[in-house]
Write a protein that binds this ligand. Structure first.
Ligand code: FE2
Length: 154
């Protein structure tokens, strides 16, 4: 089965009760670099490549390509929760808190190939590739992203 067929049969709300379960379902698909390679998008306007490869009523799947030293915006996920894993490379997940004074740095987590983590709608973070090699990550959001916010970083 190709990647899109796998996602199409796995990603339905009837099969999945919560984000932890979504995470397990995605990990059980054993998605490989070979399967994802045709969908990798090089950066154009942004520092990173972002390709929405699948979407239905329940979920949206995005492949992110972060070149060496690239970062995302600081952002939340609106009313979506997400399950992410690293297909290739190492990245820093930099977390922020919303305070009365605005967005404040909270902590940094480090993830490498095959590590996964969850984000909630109100998780405010950015991802940064501090290495000399590209990072490829796999993101599933439920429901599909619609009202996430990016925060100015200066
Ligand atoms: Fe995010």
């Amino acid at each position: 089965m190709n990647l899109i067929d796998k996602l199409n049969s796995a990603l339905h709300s009837a099969n999945i009760k919560n984000t932890q379960e979504l995470h397990k379902v995605i990990r059980s698909l054993n998605i490989s670099l070979d399967e994802v390679s045709p969908f990798i998008k090089q950066p154009s306007e942004l520092e990173y490549g972002r390709n929405v490869i699948f979407s239905n009523d329940y979920a949206e799947v995005i492949i992110v390509y972060l070149p060496s030293f690239a970062k995302t915006f600081i952002h939340d996920h609106g009313s979506s929760a997400g399950s992410l894993f690293i297909i290739q490379g190492k990245l820093l997940n930099i977390l922020y808190d919303k305070t009365d004074e605005g967005i404040q740095f909270s902590k940094t987590e480090s993830y490498e190939e095959n590590d996964g983590f969850l984000v909630q709608g109100d998780t405010i973070h950015m991802m940064y590739n501090p290495t000399l090699s590209p990072v490829i990550s796999f993101h599933v959001y439920t429901p599909p992203l619609q009202n996430s916010t990016s925060y100015p970083s200066n």
